[in-house]
Design a protein around this ligand. Structure first.
Ligand code: ASP
Length: 456
């Protein structure tokens, strides 16, 4: 396993562009992904067969004693690296960026990239759901049945969504600045951890380089060690991907697929357009990398996201893949990936918008252009606050519905199929982070090439 050595002094004084590694995309991104593909296919087949077998004690035993634990080892293994990795890599990453001007420039580019790709995603979803109108033919009995079946889950989601609707802005302040940082770390509050790490990194940058260096070296070593651990955990990926996908499909209600076929088609179609066309075009024309190389090189990230449905759990794999497969500098990954995994959610924004309009159609509510525009704005804003965990967006979708006069309990209709759609939107969420890091790496490298100094 490749381990890099960095020193604070040589990187911190360099202009941002100069701290970037030379890209080695072509070679590393071609690395075969056979094991992961086999895991994916095996998981789908096993899940489908177990689903056909139907609920019975033997199947439950197989799930709880063999399949679930295998998935949990992988998932928990990734999760334990997230908090130390995020804090250490963001704080050390700020010092690697060299100076405030670089940080501001990178930050602005990053926010612009996030905003544009999220708006494109929302636009794709809104266009498809408005044209196809998947909610128009859904019978009222199905809504009533779903409401009855999902009663408990609905009540707990409604509790969360009320809190969100009442306190979008104060809630954001509280999740950014916790009262107790150790508590925030223990609870895995990613927004607070990223924010604290940025402030800490800026403080290190304000010190004399020789005073900051010992701590920066420690932070860098922590993040290197976490990435190394992720490398070990990823050896389990083919088996874990198979186990996680099989477990999800086994518990999935295929029966409802027929009734919600149009809805599923719209969501999956919109995901596919954004993933293959928007991301493919960005890779090709903004990053100047063959789209195939992006999709192939990013496969470990996409499959981790697909099987875990969690941007947070995927974050260490995203960092590792960017650095080791695409040759992106830790200076870029350490800052952009944790931030992206926390606030940049293209798939979630797309999905939230589709669900809100779908439920409005089911209830025969005709939204005016102004109401649809409100949905777009709310979806865009709330997607930023969604936790990168399975089902993280559901309470926020209910709050958007409540704010636009659409019955929030209508979400019951889609809860039964949500886990599978969550897999897809998480792939888009992390795909956007991967793409953004590659884009920043490229533009920063181009900037540094225009500077009149030598790169080493
Ligand atoms: N599962 C998604 C993620 O982790 C969040 C969501 O949309 O529910 O990115």
């Amino acid at each position: 396993m490749q381990v890099r050595a960095h020193t604070f002094s040589d990187e911190s004084i360099a202009p941002a562009g100069l701290i970037l590694y030379k890209h080695s995309m072509a070679k590393e991104a071609q690395r075969p992904n056979r094991g992961l593909w086999i895991g994916l296919v095996a998981g789908v087949i096993l899940g489908y067969v177990l689903n056909l077998w139907g609920p019975n004690p033997d199947r439950e035993r197989l799930l709880t004693h063999v399949i679930d634990p295998l998935g949990s080892i992988f998932l928990r293994g990734l999760f334990i690296t997230v908090v130390p990795l995020v804090f250490a890599s963001v704080a050390a990453g700020m010092t690697r960026l060299g100076n405030m001007a670089s940080i501001r420039r990178l930050g602005l580019r990053l926010l612009l990239f996030y905003a544009c790709t999220s708006l494109i995603a929302i636009f794709i979803g809104q266009t498809l759901v408005t044209l196809v109108r998947p909610g128009a033919g859904v019978p009222q009995e199905l809504v009533d049945k779903a409401r009855a079946d999902m009663g408990a889950q609905l009540a707990s989601l409604a509790g969360n969504s009320n809190q969100v609707a009442d306190s979008l802005w104060p809630g954001l302040v509280q999740s950014l600045i916790p009262r107790n940082f150790i508590q925030a770390m223990a609870d895995g509050q990613m927004l607070a951890i990223v924010f604290a790490a940025i402030i800490f990194g800026l403080a290190l940058l304000a010190l004399k380089p020789q005073d900051a260096k010992p701590l920066v070296d420690v932070l860098q070593a922590i993040s290197e060690a976490c990435v190394t651990i992720v490398g070990w955990i990823m050896r389990l990926a083919p088996y874990a991907v198979a186990a996680l996908i099989a477990a999800t499909l086994t518990r999935f209600g295929f029966g409802i697929v027929r009734q919600l076929g149009a809805y599923l088609g719209v969501v999956v179609g919109a995901y596919a357009i954004h993933f293959f066309i928007t991301y493919g075009l960005i890779a090709r024309y903004l990053i100047r990398m063959p789209a195939r190389e992006f999709f192939q090189g990013g496969l470990p990230v996409f499959l981790t996201a697909f099987s875990t449905s969690s941007s947070n759990a995927t974050m260490p794999t995203t960092i590792r893949t960017l650095e080791q497969r695409f040759g992106v500098s830790p200076a870029v990954t350490s800052f952009t990936v944790p931030l992206g995994a926390t606030v940049n959610m293209d798939g979630t924004a797309l999905f939230e918008g589709v669900v809100v309009i779908f439920v409005a159609q089911v209830f025969g509510i005709d939204l005016t252009i102004a109401q649809q525009a409100t949905v777009i704005v709310l979806v865009f804003l709330t997607a930023v606050g969604v936790a990168g965990v399975p089902g993280g967006s559901l309470p926020l979708i209910m709050s958007v519905m409540a704010a636009t006069g659409i019955p929030p309990e209508g979400i019951a209709l889609i809860l039964g199929v949500d886990r599978v759609l969550d897999m897809g939107r998480t792939v888009l969420n992390v795909g956007g982070d991967l793409l953004c890091a590659l884009y920043l790496s490229r533009v920063e490298q181009a900037d540094s090439a225009n500077l009149p100094c030598d790169t080493t």
